[in-house]
Design a protein around this ligand. Structure first.
Ligand SMILES: Cc1cc2nc3c(=O)[nH]c(=O)nc-3n(C[C@H](O)[C@H](O)[C@H](O)COP(=O)(O)OP(=O)(O)OC[C@H]3O[C@@H](n4cnc5c(N)ncnc54)[C@H](O)[C@@H]3O)c2cc1C
Length: 399
């Protein structure tokens, strides 16, 4: 297994690192104001990032999952909310381009839309979705057939960067179909009648993703952008899109973890206490704690790279899905350790508003929550490790 990046992946990682230095300057303001970092997205567009995971044959950079991991870990160190919001574009473009069921002409149309500078978000969640109960992700937003396309009715939640996006990639249920797992994937222009956004995203962390409520009251999706239909939404989504979906945001959280440890090690490596010449980092309690935390995020980082390598070499499969489950769990656990451990190591001085660590700790609180939540990851990994089928696991009784 070789995680060495190609020249092109290294180039993009370098650009991401430079952009992150600039994004970091405004991260506190976007967090405080709960504002979308639109100027950051524009800089990423100008750098060609909208086509980062679009395959070369469709006109993109074709840098694969490893390319996004390498870029995301840099961007997230500057501003994790920018990385996570932009990840929904990567989720959409990556997911669409690798879907075997989507015909080539529709893939090309979606890819061209992104390459022309249109930003996408991805909406799966609805108000009642819980990653402990996968079937709650079956879409209930309904699509009603009309001449030339479908009109949508219903509500999505947690729609990161919907307001900053030109198109949304989402799943809907064909009206009148008796199978609750029946779903259609569509790409819909966000700026049209029949769409209302309600600002509910006043959260502890990741405040600048503006993952708001979106109501559809007759918005139109044209037949050209109805991408495919499946009879079994959850199974299909988990296998075919887990890499670009939760693999993508796992990479952002991994970068956030690197940002936390890098900030803390600089701080503790330089700060001296009254009467002492040496920095606080020489205190054995601090060096011991930092040693453990630095190792934990490093281990999680390699698991993310390993999962991305698996995706790029073997494509989507149950084995790839399991790799991302493990990486997601490891990153979520590492961020929880970093959040609590670094708060103690760096102390109250680092917890004032406006300090990067204070914001990063709040952002990190959402890492084990993003689906599959840490609990959902652990139980699925356990079942797969025992050779058991997660689809057969007992669950709480449905209504
Ligand atoms: C920063 C961030 C950005 C996100 N962006 C997107 C996005 O762009 N697109 C997208 O599709 N999704 C997005 N999500 C949403 C995410 O994908 C999940 O759907 C969402 O986190 C699930 O809700 P939960 O965490 O409350 O549920 P769970 O994973 O179940 O969380 C655990 C607990 O929440 C409670 N809970 C869950 N559901 C219910 C319910 N119906 N009633 C009562 N209690 C409940 C229960 O106590 C449950 O045990 C984002 C999430 C985060 C944190």
């Amino acid at each position: 297994m070789e995680f060495g990046l190609s020249q092109e992946q290294e180039r993009v990682k370098g650009i991401a690192k430079e952009l992150a230095l600039d994004f970091a300057k405004r991260a506190a303001q976007h967090d405080a104001e709960r504002s979308l970092p639109l100027e950051n997205f524009a800089q990423m567009r100008d750098a060609g990032f909208y086509g980062l995971v679009v395959p070369k044959e469709l006109g993109g950079l074709g840098l694969g999952m490893l390319g996004w991991v390498a870029a995301a870990e840099e961007i997230a160190q500057g501003d994790a909310a920018t990385a996570l919001a932009f990840n929904m574009h990567i989720n959409g473009t990556g997911g669409i381009c690798q879907r075997p069921e989507i015909p080539d002409d529709k893939k090309q149309r979606a890819a061209t839309t992104a390459l022309e500078g249109h930003l996408m978000c991805t909406m799966v969640s609805e108000p009642t979705s819980s990653s402990l109960l996968p079937s709650t992700y079956n879409p209930t937003v309904e699509a009603e057939k009309v001449p030339g396309g479908y009109r949508l009715y219903g509500r999505k939640w947690f729609a990161s960067n919907f307001e900053g996006s030109d198109y949304a990639y989402l799943y809907v249920h064909p009206k009148g179909n008796a199978n609750p797992a029946q779903a259609m994937a569509v790409l819909i222009p966000t700026r049209q009648d029949g769409i209302t956004v309600t600002d509910i995203w006043d959260t502890l962390g990741m405040r600048a993703t503006r993952s708001n409520q979106v109501d559809f009251t007759g918005a139109l999706v044209s037949d050209d952008f109805v991408l495919y239909e499946t009879e079994s939404f959850v199974g299909s989504f988990l296998i075919e899109e887990s890499s670009f979906s939760f693999g993508g945001y796992t990479s952002c959280y991994m970068g956030l973890g690197l940002g936390m440890i890098n900030w803390a090690t600089k701080y503790l490596g330089e700060r001296t206490a009254k009467g002492y010449a040496q920095p606080m980092g020489y205190h054995p309690d601090i060096s011991h704690r930092i040693g453990i935390l630095a190792t934990e995020i490093d281990a999680a980082r390699y698991m993310v790279y390993k999962a991305a390598w698996h995706q790029d070499h073997y494509g989507p499969s149950l084995a790839t899905f399991e790799q991302f489950l493990r990486a997601k769990l490891a990153v979520g656990n590492a961020l929880q350790s970093l959040a609590s451990g670094l708060a103690v190591a760096c102390g109250l001085h680092s917890l004032f508003k406006g300090q990067p660590l204070e914001r990063m700790i709040r952002d990190a609180a959402t890492a084990p929550i993003m689906p599959p939540s840490a609990d959902a990851c652990a139980s699925m990994i356990g079942l797969l490790a025992m050779g058991l089928d997660p689809g057969q696991a007992p669950s709480i009784r449905m209504a």
